[in-house]
Design a protein around this ligand. Structure first.
Ligand SMILES: Cc1ncc(COP(=O)(O)O)c(C=O)c1O
Length: 453
C-alpha cells in the first residue's frame, strides 16, 4: 500500500455539506493535491519544495483557503458582523486578507491591536477583549479609536470610563456568562459560571453591570457579548445561550427602557483535526441561530439586534499545514516513535488539551506497508507528542517531510521558544507561488533579549 500517496480530502468549498447532509469536515485545504513527483501540494506548491526553500519546521498558510473561509461566514450571515479572532493567528498579511474580505477583527492585547492598526486595519472595525486589560491595552484602544471594548467585569466599568477623554464616548459591549457548558476541553469552556470570564446572567450580576454601564455618560453600551468556548461542534449550546440572553435583554428594556442594537455571540466553531471529525457549517449556524434569535426576540417584543460572530479557529485552522522533517525513527517498549524537528514549542495543543492530529508524508511516494507510529517532538518532555498512533509508511526515515493539517490556529500564536528552539517561519501559498510571511526566529533573536552579565 502506498501510504504516502493516500489522497488528500476531496476539494470542497468550506462550509459545504457532504453527500449525507452532515457537515463536511475536510482536514486539508481545498487546494490540496497529490504533487506531480509524489507527496502533497497545497496552493499549487509542492510541500517538499516549501520545506527545502524555507527549512523546517515551517507553517504553510493557504491564502485562498483563509479568504474562502472568511467569505463563507460573510455569505452565511450577510446582515451580521464577522470578527476574526486574531488570537488564532495574526500577521500583517493575515490582517490584510481579513480586511479585504470585509471582516471585523477581535483582539485581546495592545500587541495585537497595534499590529492591526499599523497594518492599516480600520480601528472602528476592531473589538478589544480581555478579562484583565492592562492600562496599556486600554490606552492603546482609546488612542487608536477601536470600535468596541468588551467589558468583562463590573470593576472595569468606572476604570475605563475614567480614561475616556471628556466629551468623548466609547462604545462597549458587556460580556455575559449564560451558564452554558460547551467546548472541547475544560480550559476553553467559558460559558459557565466559576471561570474567569464575563458576568453571570444568573443571579442578577449581569443586570447590575448593565445598570452601572448605563449610568456612565462616557460609555455607550451597544449590547451584550458572550463566548461559550472553543471547538464546539454542535449548535445546541448557542441556541441555549440565545434563550438565556434574550430574556435578559427584555428585562433591561422593561427596567431601563433601553433596547440594544447589537448582540455578539462570540466564536468557538469546531473544525476537523482528523478525517471524520465534525465541523460547524456557517450556513447551518446562520439558519439555526438566526431563527432562534428571531423567535426569542418576537416572543419578548424586542427588535432583532445586529449579530456579531467571532470565528478564529474556523478561519485560520484548516488553512494551515505544519511541515516537519523526521530526525529519527526509533522503536522502544513496543512502540515506534518518529521524532521531528519541532514539537510542543510550535504546537502546544496536544500537551495542553490532549488534541489528536492526523499526519502524512509530504515529500515522497512509498510502497512500504503502513505502520502505526507516534510522531513526537524534539523537546525535553515525554509529553511532547504531535500525533499519537498514526499510520505512516513503514520505511519512514530521517530526512522525510511530514505534514500536519489543521495547523493554522493556536499553534504559532501559542508557540514558545522552549529549549531555545526558535519559532518557525510562516509561508503563504497561492496560485502556485510561495512567499515568506513571517521569518524564522533565530538564535540571534533569542540571544539579543538576554542582556544580563
Ligand atoms: C472572546 C473570544 N471570541 C472568539 C474566540 C475565538 O474562538 P475560536 O477560535 O474557537 O473560534 C475566542 C477564543 O478564545 C474568544 O476568547
Amino acid at each position: 500500500m502506498a501510504m504516502s500517496t493516500a489522497p488528500a480530502s476531496p476539494a470542497r468549498p468550506p462550509g459545504s455539506s457532504g453527500p449525507s447532509g452532515a457537515p463536511a469536515a475536510p482536514v486539508w485545504p481545498a487546494s490540496a493535491r497529490e504533487a506531480p513527483g509524489g507527496g502533497l501540494a497545497v496552493g499549487g506548491v509542492p510541500l517538499a519544495e516549501i520545506a527545502d526553500r524555507f527549512g523546517t519546521p515551517v507553517y504553510v498558510m493557504d491564502e485562498d483557503e483563509v479568504r474562502a473561509r472568511a467569505r463563507a461566514w460573510r455569505t452565511a450571515l450577510p446582515g451580521a458582523d464577522v470578527a476574526y479572532a486574531g488570537k488564532a493567528f495574526l500577521s500583517r498579511s493575515m490582517i490584510r486578507w481579513i480586511e479585504e474580505e470585509g471582516l471585523c477583527l477581535d483582539v485581546c492585547s495592545a500587541g495585537e491591536l497595534e499590529l492591526a492598526a499599523h497594518s492599516g486595519f480600520p480601528a472602528e472595525r476592531i473589538v478589544l477583549h480581555g478579562n484583565a486589560k492592562s492600562p496599556q491595552d486600554v490606552r492603546a484602544a482609546l488612542r487608536l479609536g477601536v470600535g468596541r471594548i468588551v467589558i468583562d467585569g463590573t470593576g472595569e466599568i468606572a476604570r475605563l470610563a475614567a480614561l475616556v477623554p471628556p466629551g468623548a464616548r466609547q462604545r462597549v459591549l458587556l460580556r455575559v456568562v449564560p451558564g452554558v457548558s460547551a467546548g472541547a476541553h475544560a480550559a476553553v469552556r467559558t460559558g459557565v459560571e466559576g471561570q474567569k470570564f464575563g458576568v453571570p446572567v444568573a443571579g442578577g450580576e449581569a443586570e447590575e453591570a448593565v445598570e452601572r454601564l448605563l449610568g456612565q455618560p462616557r460609555l455607550e453600551l451597544a449590547g451584550l457579548h458572550c463566548h461559550l468556548g472553543s471547538q464546539i461542534a454542535g449548535l445546541g449550546p448557542y441556541v441555549t445561550a440565545v434563550r438565556r440572553i434574550v430574556p435578559l435583554l427584555a428585562r433591561v428594556r422593561d427596567r431601563h427602557g433601553v433596547t440594544f442594537p447589537e448582540l455578539d455571540l462570540g466564536g468557538g466553531f469546531a473544525i476537523a483535526y482528523r478525517e471524520g471529525d465534525p465541523a460547524v457549517d456557517p450556513r447551518t449556524y446562520a439558519e439555526r441561530i438566526g431563527s432562534e434569535l428571531a423567535l426569542q426576540c418576537d416572543r419578548f417584543g424586542l427588535p432583532r439586534p445586529r449579530l456579531t460572530v467571532e470565528p478564529g479557529r474556523w478561519i485560520a485552522g484548516p488553512a494551515g499545514v505544519a511541515l516537519y522533517r523526521v530526525l529519527s525513527v526509533k522503536t522502544t517498549g513496543g512502540r515506534t516513535f518518529a521524532a521531528v524537528d519541532g514539537g510542543m514549542s510550535d504546537n502546544p495543543r496536544p500537551a495542553l488539551y490532549g488534541v489528536r492530529y492526523t499526519v502524512r508524508p509530504a515529500g515522497r511516494t512509498s510502497a512500504a506497508p503502513g505502520r502505526t507510529m507516534t510522531v513526537v517532538g524534539r523537546h525535553c518532555e515525554a509529553g511532547d507528542v504531535l500525533a499519537e498512533d498514526v499510520e505512516l509508511p513503514g520505511d519512514l526515515r530521517p530526512g522525510d517531510v511530514l505534514a500536519v493539517p489543521a495547523s493554522g490556529a493556536y499553534h504559532l500564536s501559542m508557540a514558545s521558544a522552549y529549549n531555545l528552539v526558535g519559532r518557525p517561519p510562516v509561508a503563504a501559498v497561492s496560485g502556485g507561488r510561495a512567499r515568506l510571511l513571517v521569518r524564522r526566529e533565530t538564535l540571534d533573536d533569542l540571544r539579543s533579549r538576554d542582556v544580563g552579565e
